[in-house]
Each structure stands twice: as structure tokens, then as C-alpha cells.
Design a protein around this ligand. Structure first.
Ligand SMILES: O=C(O)CCC(=O)C(=O)O
Ligand SMILES: [Fe+2]
Length: 317
């Protein structure tokens, strides 16, 4: 193996062009679109440099995360949810370094307000303002990426339906330092079940993405870049034409890692049905239509957790 193939690197794409240049149809848009398409087919993932999340907001977000996780455990547990992976997750024996909280339907300002008021009954307007600005700015990147992917498959006629069938889950993650030079599991290897995930991390490395041939790419954090990951729901809609990569977090050393995930997720009750134009003789249908929420319930059962691909086990043809 040559050195390049021993150390795979994630494609790094530049979304920091002036807004006017990034208009659909412009030459810059078309070039970036084909780079996105290549990256999501091969890696299901890429690094996006994106300067429309302002420095102030970015700094405030990571300060807010420290403030959030410093709250007493009983306070954080108030972020309860009857859905798995929506509310507080932590103190798990298999991943003892990991803790996270989430805001479902985060595109609705009241959801952010209500999360804030649950954790700070006396109020914390700086937290909710910071998170709302962050969502507003970062969701632009999600929209650009999805538009480019939909266009690249010639599915413009599905565009409005696709864009309006999703909502956002914003999750905050903290990984304690293991205080050892040996790598310890922070988050188990998994694929994301939602549509698209955008991850943002502080300066502490730990995120790893697996290539199709099983090698792990270690992602180097950078303040102005985001990691875009294709989820199973988009892979199913596009009849497996994109890759949805396994990824994990491995921690070593003595610094705490904070990260945020903007999870674009099918809306409640949404049935994922593969786009007809994606099915032909060369590409037979891979998945039966499925209700995303029912699939999520299956995912957390023993059978769902045991399956190599939970989606395949649930509705694979
Ligand atoms: O913390 C990270 O960077 C990864 C989190 C992740 O993969 C997830 O929450 O699905
Ligand atoms: Fe993930």
C-alpha cells in the first residue's frame, strides 16, 4: 500500500464563498455540487469549511456547552424525553465518558426556549439566543448540501417535498478526558439513521469516520469547519446511491471534548419511500417504504441493535 492509501483523508470542501457566488446554477455552485456528489458517494462524509457561522456565535456556543454540562446531574436529567436519544443520555457503563442532551424540533424557537427554561428555571436568555443564532446560520449549510445532492441526482421535482419533510434535532455532546494516552471508546461505532448530520467540535480530536474498505479516518478539528455525514434515511430515499458511513469517537489524553450535532431528521409520521427515478434495471429497489419513527423504535430493540444494518433488517428487500 502506498502512504496515501494507508492514511485516507476526508475530502475538504469550501462553502465559504460569498453568498452571491453560491447561487444555484452559478459555475462555482456547479463545481462544488460535483465535489459534494463525489464525496458522498465515496465517503458518505466530508469536511465543509463554512464561514457563515460567525466567530462570536461559535465562541458563545462552546462557552454555553461548558455552562450546560456543568449543571448538576439532577438538573440535566430534567431534559427527559419519551423518545430514545432525544433527552439526556449519560452514565452509560459501555460509554462512561459520554454525556449528551438534545433539543427536538429545534427549528421552532419555542423548543429552544422550553429547553432553556427547563434547565434554567430562572432563565438564561444568552443560551437560547446563542443557540437560535447558531441554528439559523448552520441550517444554511444543511440546505445548500441537500439542494446540491438532490440536484445532482436530477430530482429537482422532489426538491420542495424533500426540503419540507424534515426537522432539526440539535444535540450537545461532552466526552470526559480518559486521562490516559491510550484510546478509550467515547461513542460506539454507528451509522446515523436520520437524513444528514452536521457535526461541529471543539479543538479536541476524537471523531473517526470509517471508509468503505474499513479504515478509520481521524478527523482533525478546525474551528471553522463542520463534518457533514449522510444518514440512512437519505441513503434509503436515494436507493443506496450514497454511502452512509460508520463513525465513532475515541478519546485519549486529558482534555474534555465538546461537540454539537445538527441532525436533519424526517418529520414525525414521515414515510421514507425511495424516489422512483432512483430505481431501474441496474439499481433494483433496496428498501420497502418505512415509517421513520417506527424504524427508530425498532432500532433500539435488541434485534435492531444486533443487526449489522438495522435498516436492512427492518425493511431491506
Ligand atoms: O461527537 C461526535 O463528534 C459524534 C457524535 C455522533 O456521531 C452522533 O451523535 O451520532
Ligand atoms: Fe453519529
Amino acid at each position: 500500500m502506498d502512504s496515501e492509501s494507508s492514511y485516507p483523508k476526508l475530502p475538504s470542501l469550501d462553502f465559504s464563498k460569498p453568498a452571491g457566488v453560491m447561487k444555484p446554477g452559478s459555475p462555482q455552485w456547479e463545481t462544488l455540487k460535483s465535489q459534494v456528489r463525489e464525496a458522498v458517494e465515496e465517503y458518505g462524509c466530508f469536511e465543509a469549511s463554512f464561514d457563515r457561522v460567525s466567530d462570536d456565535v461559535r465562541r458563545a456556543v462552546f462557552e454555553s456547552l461548558e455552562e450546560l454540562f456543568e449543571l448538576p446531574l439532577e438538573t440535566k436529567l430534567r431534559n427527559a424525553s419519551n423518545k430514545p436519544c432525544r433527552g439526556y443520555v449519560g452514565q452509560h457503563p459501555l460509554i462512561p465518558l459520554y454525556e449528551s442532551l438534545g433539543i427536538d424540533d429545534a427549528q421552532v424557537p419555542e423548543s429552544v426556549e422550553s429547553f432553556t427554561n427547563t434547565l434554567w428555571p430562572q432563565g438564561n436568555s444568552s443560551f437560547s439566543k446563542t443557540m437560535q443564532s447558531y441554528l439559523e446560520q448552520l441550517s444554511e449549510l444543511d440546505k445548500i448540501v441537500r439542494k446540491m445532492i438532490v440536484e445532482s441526482f436530477g430530482l429537482e421535482s422532489y426538491m420542495d417535498e424533500h426540503m419540507s419533510s424534515t426537522k432539526y434535532l440539535l444535540r450537545f455532546m461532552k466526552y470526559d478526558s480518559p486521562n490516559t494516552p491510550d484510546a478509550k471508546l467515547g461513542l460506539s461505532p454507528h451509522t446515523d439513521n436520520n437524513t444528514v448530520t452536521i457535526l461541529h467540535q471543539n479543538q479536541v480530536e476524537g471523531l473517526e469516520v470509517q471508509t468503505k474498505d474499513g479504515r478509520w479516518i481521524n478527523i482533525q478539528p478546525s474551528p471553522t469547519s463542520f463534518i457533514v455525514i449522510i444518514g440512512e434515511a437519505l441513503r434509503a430515499w436515494l436507493n443506496g446511491r450514497l454511502h452512509s458511513p460508520r463513525h465513532r469517537v475515541m478519546m485519549s489524553g486529558n482534555e474534555t471534548r465538546y461537540s454539537l450535532g445538527l441532525f436533519t431528521t424526517p418529520k414525525s409520521g414521515c414515510v421514507i419511500q425511495t424516489a422512483g427515478a432512483m430505481v431501474d434495471e441496474k439499481h433494483p429497489l433496496l428498501f420497502k417504504p418505512y415509517d421513520h419513527e417506527k424504524f427508530m423504535a425498532f432500532y433500539y430493540t435488541e434485534a435492531g441493535q444486533r443487526a449489522a444494518s438495522a435498516l436492512q433488517a427492518y425493511c431491506g428487500i
